[in-house]
Design a protein around this ligand. Structure first.
Ligand code: HAM
Length: 428
């Protein structure tokens, strides 16, 4: 045997046993997004590296250390997308979606970051991403947050903590940054190595540090919310009032700064203690300067992304009910006459009973073998068609779960009988 080839580290297969949770999440998400007036946009997985450098920021971990970048055969510098926001903005500018228009969009798919894999942290993962453009007022911040809450509620997952902060305008942030650096410089030798490096590259990220010594120093650090200008403070207070009006609980976290550079004003994150160290399931915020920074018309924006793998983990842990996926009926067939007759009958049944999941035996096999496959498939009923039955225009219906004796049913009666047994609608 040749040597086995394994999946790339940090990149996971979603096996059939996991697929129903993914399908459920995407179905509910599509419904909830449509209910709020958001339209889907689909984007390429590969973009020019320059896009992420300019959007996410050159000195962020994501761009500096985690991007999968390469030169294509034409010598172009490209990257696998490490997030979706930059691509949505790029596409919006390219197709003129932002000219004098509001846009409410969502998209989803795989994203790639070269991080150290661990539980809940992967190198290929998936995001469900929502972005809205052209509205600077805080009512949109409230809508965006309410939309994520609605999705969690509709899915039946709970136990999250919503954390909220405001980064204010770029000017507010720059002034605060200077104050923070002044303060941290006084303790430079006691900071952990990572934080020392960030002090000169991206000092706000020091606030994220989980190292106990650094955290102790941060206790006395100046706090961002104390440095907001009046309009930023008013915006943030209106967001908070709007959330309270909708009964959405939140906690203010003055240290929430986010790892991507484009944020302004409101930033937020939903976390769950059930996820362990990688506790963020959904995160986002405003990015009022990003569209312009990428060459578009001045256009405010706000959005969030859900980590699909993490939300699926929570759906499983909280035993969210999932739609049944396996076949309900397994069709056994044997004999020269029965084989094509069964194939035709299977088509008729699938057409007349919408929602029916019927697996037709393929690859032959004795009745015993086929019934073993039927049992292993998880189906509730087996249909059995041999040449004798085919000649008589009848089919045997056998319960595989001890629901009564096998019975012989006329082919003409079969659709109605199955519809009754499986509680499915019947078309003529
Ligand atoms: P982010 O915080 O980098 O934001 O990622 C959003 C979510 O993706 C996280 O909360 C987490 O659930 C999930 N996630 C991140 N990294 C990993 C990983 N290595 N493995 C598994 N899941 C992960 C963004 O990407 C922004 N673009 C969100 C946004 C949209 N802001 C405005 N609009």
């Amino acid at each position: 045997m040749s040597q086995k080839i394994q999946a790339v580290r940090g990149m996971n297969d979603v096996l059939p046993s996991d697929a129903p949770a993914w399908q459920r999440l995407h179905a509910v998400a599509a419904e909830v997004f449509a209910a709020y007036g958001y339209a889907e946009i689909r984007l390429p997985v590969v973009e020019r590296s320059e896009l992420f450098k300019r959007a996410v920021g050159e000195v962020t971990d994501v761009v500096e250390k985690e991007m999968y970048s390469f030169e294509d055969r034409g010598g172009e510098r490209l990257s696998l997308r490490p997030e979706l926001t930059a691509g949505v903005v790029r596409a919006g500018i390219e197709h003129g979606l932002f000219f004098n228009r509001q846009q409410r969009l969502w998209c989803s798919g795989p994203v790639f970051r070269y991080e150290r894999p661990q539980a809940g942290r992967y190198r290929q993962f998936h995001q469900l991403d929502v972005e809205a453009f052209g509205i600077a007022t805080p009512d949109l911040d409230v809508e965006i947050i309410a939309l994520a809450e609605a999705l969690f509620r509709r899915l039946g997952v709970g136990g999250f903590r919503l954390q909220l902060n405001s980064l204010g305008t770029p000017a507010v942030r720059a002034a605060y940054r200077a104050k923070l650096v002044d303060y941290l410089r006084r303790f430079e030798s006691s900071l952990d190595e990572d934080s020392r490096r960030r002090l000169s590259t991206n000092p706000l990220r020091v606030l994220d540090s989980k190292v106990p010594g650094t955290r102790a120093i941060l206790e006395g650090a100046p706090q961002l919310p104390d440095h907001l200008d009046a309009p930023s403070r008013a915006h943030f207070e209106t967001v908070q009032r709007g959330l309270s009006d909708l009964g959405i609980a939140y906690a203010l976290n003055p240290r929430l700064v986010r790892g991507l550079d484009y944020y302004t004003h409101t930033v937020f994150e939903w976390t769950s203690t059930a996820l362990g160290a990688q506790d963020a399931v959904c995160a986002g915020g405003r990015y009022d300067g990003l569209v312009e920074q990428l060459g578009g018309p001045p256009t405010p924006g706000i959005g969030f992304a859900i980590g699909v793998e993490r939300l699926v983990l929570l759906m499983r842990a909280q035993e969210v009910p999932l739609p049944e996926a396996g076949p309900q009926v397994y069709f056994c067939r044997f004999g020269e006459r029965a084989d094509p007759a069964a194939a035709q009958l299977a088509e008729t049944l699938r057409r007349r009973l919408p929602g029916l999941r019927l697996l037709l035996n393929a690859g032959g096999g004795a009745l015993k073998t086929q019934l073993r496959r039927a049992d292993a498939s998880g189906a509730r009923y087996a249909l059995i068609l041999g040449d004798d039955e085919a000649a008589a225009g009848r089919v045997q219906v056998k319960s595989l779960r001890g629901e009564g004796e096998p019975r012989s049913v006329a082919v003409s009666e079969l659709p109605a009988q199955l519809a009754e047994l499986l509680e499915l609608p019947l078309l003529s």
